[in-house]
Structures are given as structure tokens and as C-alpha cells.
Design a protein around this ligand. Structure first.
Ligand code: NAI
Ligand code: MG
Length: 406
């Protein structure tokens, strides 16, 4: 088979170490690929004034599949102050390269799976009716619309007269805000298009069908946000009725969903939401399965086939310079498994996931987060595994699997 080329973007901070360890795991599992590093992140902002250089965009456009570690973002002023002196006159404004990547390639389908591993000490537990402690098996796949809605960036403070006049055509605006001076107003829009809404809904239903989930839950707020959430719910009902009659459509409100998150998380399968609510509900579910060390994600455009796979966590700068890295690489490794699923390398993905599951179930090798320690350099002395040791343990399990098979 032809060897693939994968674009690797370590980015900043711990992004590099989790990505490096993940590549070792991929190789051990027999995944053959050429890796080309793509520049992204803070260093390129400071030295070039562009955290997402065009050459990186070109690489992704060419090779289509990318693994991404994490980047560091800082507020506007802090970002400006760190720019190389010769770039300071250029009127550059920092904007997040990961958001730009999403917009540039229209990576509108974001999938964040949250599946608990047996034996993970960070799994959510609850008290059952008779006082017994229960540990429900969580397996929710959250589909988040990734490009529109509240994070679409269409917003103003002290809006122009045109915008203000347009708002004044809405009776509710006149009634509730019409007496507020224009300079006192900040407005962020929540725009949903039918096209993108249909794409995320269909991606969610397709996933449910492919992986045998009995239900898709729309997690929005259609009773209050009638136009956007309301449109999404209506479209979900139509799509379910026509194309997925065997999959149940559930409808929950984001606020209630977060309140009930810990009541019956095992009952939810596929969840679909707009950009912000998807962000919120996926973090909520990730908390039930171990948090940032376990939360993986994929950002995809089914039309172009471009997919960027990355852990949900950031660059954790305070851990970046430890002599021995302590962070958990599993979120990045899981993200790489999602990449393998995406490019039809399910057998290798399964091999890796089985190895991860075995290491976790065995409980001998645990990173500091799994031991509920505060992250400090001395966690290694106290028995926590380093990033590398966790990857080693996974690789060891993979080679045992391979031995059994051969
Ligand atoms: P963060 O996710 O980098 O770290 C928050 C805390 O979570 C860490 O201090 C650590 O305790 C824990 N943590 C994160 N990853 C872990 C891992 N693999 N294993 C064990 N523990 C882990 O978020 P924070 O501190 O809010 O942001 C740091 C920087 O990262 C900021 O500049 C932020 O803008 C950026 N960021 C980037 C993201 C991305 O690249 N997609 C996402 C979130 C934040
Ligand atoms: Mg988030």
C-alpha cells in the first residue's frame, strides 16, 4: 500500500512531547507513514507575525491529514508585546491559529468522543439508590458545529450606525435595548446556516448508524433561542424522520443537560450541538472520563477530506519545561486513533486502544493526573509515570499483542 504523509504540528508547550510520544506509539502499532512537520504557534507569531504560516496551510491542503499538539494563545496586548521589534510597526493583530485553521479549511465537523476506560481512577462514580457506589460506563460521542454560532466572530462593541439601525428594526431590541446609548452596547451574533446545521446533524446521525448508537441527542435550547436552536431542532426532526427512523432523536436543553450530566451519563450516545453548547457539553462529558488527559478530538471537512486530530487540552506552559515530562499523552494518542479511524486504519486503531485499555486496567503505570496529584516535577519521585513511561507501557502492550498474533 502507498505510504501516507501525515502533517505533524507540535505547536507549543506540551504539544511537542505528547505528539512525539504518540508517533512512537503509531510506529510500534505498525502504522507506516511519512511525517512532515508543519509550523504553527507562538514562535511563529513572535518571529514572523503569523502563528499559522501559509506554508503550513499549503502542507495541510496537500496531504489532508494532520496531527496537532496544542498552541499557546495570549490576549491581544500581551501578544503584541512579545512580537519581534521589527514586526511591531506592522499593525499585526494576533488571532488563534487553530480557529483560523478551522475557518480556512471549513473544518465544520468537530467530534469529541468521551468513552470511559475501565479502571481509570478518574472515572465518574455516583451513589446508587441503595447506597452502593456505581461507576457507569460512559460512551458519548459529541458532535459540535465548529465554525458558526457564537464563535463565528461576527460581533461589535459600539456598533456602526448601520448595524444599530438594523437592530432597531426588531421590536424586542427597541423594547429592551432601544434606550441604551450605542456606545454602551456590545453585540455578539449567533448565526446558524441551514447548510452547516444540516452537515453537523447528518454527521451525528451517520456516526450513530455506523457505530450502533440507539439515540442522537440534540443539546441546544430551542424553547428560548427560537430561531437558531429552533431551526436546528426542526431540521433534526426532519432528518431523523426521513433518513434515520431507527435512531431515536432526543432533545435536551444545554442547562438541564449539564445539571443532569452526573445522573445518567451512560444513557447518552451521540450528542449534537451548535458551536458553544457543543464546547460546553463536551467538556462536561470529558470530566466524567478523566478530564484533559483523556479528551480527544477531530475536526473534519467531509467534502475535502481534510481532518485535523488533536487533544482538547492546551499547551500547559507550566509543565512544558520540566526536565522529565509529566503530562498524560493518552488524549493525543486517542486523537491519533481517531485519525486512524478516519483513514480506514481501524485495525491499527483498535490495537492501540486495546493496549491503552490494558495499561489503564492494570493500573501499574499512571501519570500524575490519574493519581490525583498536583502537577509538580516531584510527582515522578512519588511514583507517577512520566509521559514517556506511559507511552512505553502502551508500546509494551502493543508488542505483546503482536507476539500473541504471530
Ligand atoms: P491547558 O489545557 O493547557 O492546561 C490546563 C491544565 O490541565 C494544566 O495545568 C494541567 O493541570 C491539565 N492538563 C492539560 N493537559 C494535560 C495532560 N495532557 N495531562 C495531564 N494534565 C493536563 O489549558 P490552559 O492552562 O487554560 O491554557 C494554556 C495555554 O493553552 C493557553 O495559552 C491557552 O490559550 C492554550 N490552549 C490551547 C488549546 C489548543 O491548542 N487547542 C486549547 C486550550 C488552551
Ligand atoms: Mg473548550
Amino acid at each position: 500500500m502507498e505510504k501516507r504523509t501525515i502533517v505533524t504540528m507540535p505547536g507549543d508547550g506540551i504539544g511537542r512531547v505528547v505528539l512525539e510520544e504518540t508517533l512512537r506509539v503509531l510506529t510500534a502499532a505498525g502504522f507506516e507513514a511519512d511525517y512532515i512537520e508543519g509550523d504553527i504557534g507562538w514562535e511563529f507569531w513572535i518571529n514572523e507575525g503569523e502563528p499559522l504560516p501559509q506554508r503550513t496551510i499549503d502542507l495541510i491542503a496537500k496531504h489532508k491529514i494532520a496531527l496537532f499538539g496544542a498552541i499557546t494563545s495570549k490576549p491581544k496586548e500581551a501578544a503584541f508585546n512579545e512580537l519581534a521589534p521589527e514586526l511591531k510597526e506592522k499593525n499585526l493583530v494576533y488571532s488563534s491559529p487553530i480557529v483560523n485553521l478551522r475557518q480556512h479549511f471549513n473544518l465544520d465537523i468537530c467530534l469529541r468522543p468521551t468513552k470511559s476506560y475501565l479502571g481509570n481512577p478518574l472515572n465518574f462514580i455516583r451513589r446508587g439508590a441503595k447506597g452502593k457506589i456505581e461507576e457507569p460506563a460512559v460512551d458519548a460521542a459529541i458532535f459540535r458545529q465548529n465554525t458558526e454560532g457564537l464563535y463565528g466572530g461576527v460581533e461589535w462593541s459600539d456598533p456602526s450606525a448601520q448595524v444599530y439601525d438594523a437592530l432597531m428594526t426588531h421590536p424586542k431590541f427597541v423594547k429592551n435595548f432601544g434606550k441604551t446609548a450605542k456606545e454602551e452596547l456590545s453585540v455578539s451574533t449567533r448565526i446558524f446556516t441551514k447548510n452547516a446545521t444540516e452537515r453537523i446533524l447528518r454527521a451525528a446521525f451517520e456516526h450513530a448508524k455506523k457505530y450502533n448508537y440507539p439515540s442522537v441527542t440534540l443539546c441546544e435550547k430551542p424553547n428560548v433561542i427560537r430561531e437558531t436552536s429552533g431551526m436546528m431542532y426542526k431540521m433534526a426532526q426532519e432528518i431523523q424522520k426521513v433518513d434515520y427512523p431507527n435512531i431515536e432523536l432526543w432533545n435536551t436543553n444545554i442547562d438541564a443537560q449539564m445539571m443532569w450530566l452526573t445522573k445518567n451519563p451512560e444513557n447518552y450516545g451521540v450528542i449534537v450541538a451548535g458551536n458553544m453548547f457543543g464546547d460546553i457539553v463536551s467538556d462536561g462529558f470529558a470530566g466524567l472520563i478523566g478530564g484533559l488527559g483523556f479528551a480527544a478530538s477531530a475536526q473534519m471537512n467531509p467534502d475535502s477530506g481534510i481532518g485535523v486530530f488533536e487533544p482538547t487540552h492546551g499547551s500547559a506552559p507550566k509543565y512544558a519545561d520540566y526536565e522529565v515530562s509529566i503530562v498524560n499523552p493518552i488524549a493525543m494518542i486517542e486523537s491519533a486513533c481517531m485519525m486512524l479511524d478516519y483513514i480506514d486504519e481501524q485495525t491499527i486503531a483498535k490495537k492501540i486502544r486495546t493496549a491503552v485499555a490494558e495499561v489503564i486496567a492494570e493500573g501499574k503505570v499512571r501519570t500524575y493526573d490519574m493519581m490525583k496529584m498536583a502537577g509538580r516535577p516531584d510527582v515522578i519521585k512519588k511514583g507517577a509515570a512520566s509521559t514517556q513511561e506511559m507511552a512505553d507501557a502502551i508500546i509494551e502492550k502493543i508488542s505483546e499483542e503482536l507476539k500473541v498474533k504471530s
